[in-house]
Structures are given as C-alpha cells and as structure tokens.
Design a binder for this molecule. Structure first.
Ligand code: GTP
Ligand code: MG
Length: 195
C-alpha cells in the first residue's frame, strides 16, 4: 500500500555535508541520469504536482534537495549525471558532491536508481550501480517513463536491463510519473527500508 501523505515539504538544498539538515530521519535518495525523471517520480510518489521542480531541459536539479514527509521520512533528490552540456565546472563538482552524500550520510537507507525503460543503461548508470554495490549501499532499480513504451515491450526491456545490470528482474519496478503505474509497488518496496 502507498504511504498516506499527510505532509510533504521542501526542507533544504545542500552542496556540502555541513549543509545537510540534521533531522536524523531515515532517508531515501533518488539518483539517475539527467532528465530521466527523478523529480517527476518524487512528485508522483508524494501526490504533489509541483513540490519538486521538473523541466524538459536536462540539468534542472543541481543541488542535493531534501524533502520531509509526514515528519517521519526524508526524500533526497540528487542532481542528475551524464548531461554533456553542463559546464566542466559543474561536471567536476557532481561526483564529489554526490559521493560525499552517499558515503557520509548515516541515515541513508536506500538509493533509488532511476533508468529510462526505453534505453540501455549508460556507462554512467553502470558506474553508479557498480559503485553503490562496492560500497554496500542498498539500491532499488526503477524503470521510468513506462507510458512511452507499448505495454507488451515492458517485460522485454525489464528482462534485458536486468541482465545487463545483473539483478533479478523481479527486483525491478516499472514506473510512470504520467500514469502513476508502479507507484504502489515502489512505495511497498521503499517502506521496507524505512526502519
Ligand atoms: P534533472 O533534474 O535535470 O536531473 O532531471 P530529472 O531526472 O529530475 O527529470 P524531470 O523529473 O525534471 O523530468 C524530465 C522530463 O521528463 C520532463 O519533461 C518530464 O515531464 C518528463 N518525464 C518525467 N517522468 C516522465 C514519465 O514517467 N513519463 C513521461 N511521458 N514523461 C516523463
Ligand atoms: Mg530533477
């Protein structure tokens, strides 16, 4: 069952650990290629149209953004990677900024790695997943924008991507921020990490 959202609020943007909010609440982070649909997915999970800013232009989210839900859980929207057009400076900052968060955040419970259901994972995607595994940071794979692919192709893409990443296809959630497909399933999986 999806979580009943009584309150969802933006808490803070941060680029460095000293700026992270010290709520101590369990945290779920959302990572993925720029423009893949991270912010849209968060809005959909929280039933909010515009809590998190989304854009057709890649590179919309450039800081680590913290959201507090029901005073019991935090969602963390991470800036996207792999967008060639951002400046070299921004690209150079991305790695250390996100890496610092992922390695230092004690209340981080799980990282939701978001991929486009229509695409083969990029080397950036594979690097992130490999890196999370090497650090023993739990992660969940979500294939989003499912509404953009015909239903009968969903399973096929899921099996293919599962094979490339090396996870069980049963552990992958298909999602659409447009239709809400996969929302209940993703919430169920996320809540297993809440404690
Ligand atoms: P950055 O912050 O730039 O890293 O991007 P992001 O990953 O947060 O992506 P965002 O949620 O801003 O979405 C990017 C674009 O994809 C927007 O135009 C969204 O409307 C669109 N989009 C996101 N999710 C979906 C989806 O499930 N289906 C469809 N059809 N479009 C989507
Ligand atoms: Mg975003």
């Amino acid at each position: 069952m999806a979580m009943l959202i009584k309150s969802a609020k933006f808490v803070k943007s941060a680029v460095k650990p000293i700026h992270y909010p010290d709520t101590g609440l369990p945290e779920i982070a959302f990572a993925g290629r720029s423009n893949v649909g991270k912010s849209s997915l968060i809005n959909k999970l929280l039933n909010r149209k515009k809590l998190v800013r989304t854009s057709r232009t890649p590179g919309c989210t450039q800081t680590i953004n913290f959201f507090e839900i029901n005073n019991e859980l935090m969602f963390v929207d991470l800036p996207g990677y792999g967008y060639a057009k951002v400046s070299k400076e921004v690209r150079k900052q991305w790695g250390p900024m996100v890496e610092a968060y992922l390695t230092s955040r004690e209340n981080l419970r799980v990282v939701v790695v978001i991929l486009d259901i229509r695409r083969t994972p990029t080397s950036d995607d594979m690097n992130l997943i490999g890196w999370l595994s090497s650090k023993h940071i739990p992660y969940l794979i979500v294939l989003t924008k499912a509404d953009k692919l015909k239903k009968h192709k969903h399973k096929q893409q899921k099996v293919k991507i599962a094979g490339i990443i090396g996870v069980d296809e049963k552990d992958i959630t298909t999602f659409s921020a447009r239709t809400g497909e996969g929302k209940e399933e993703l919430w169920e999986r996320l809540l297993e990490y809440r404690r």
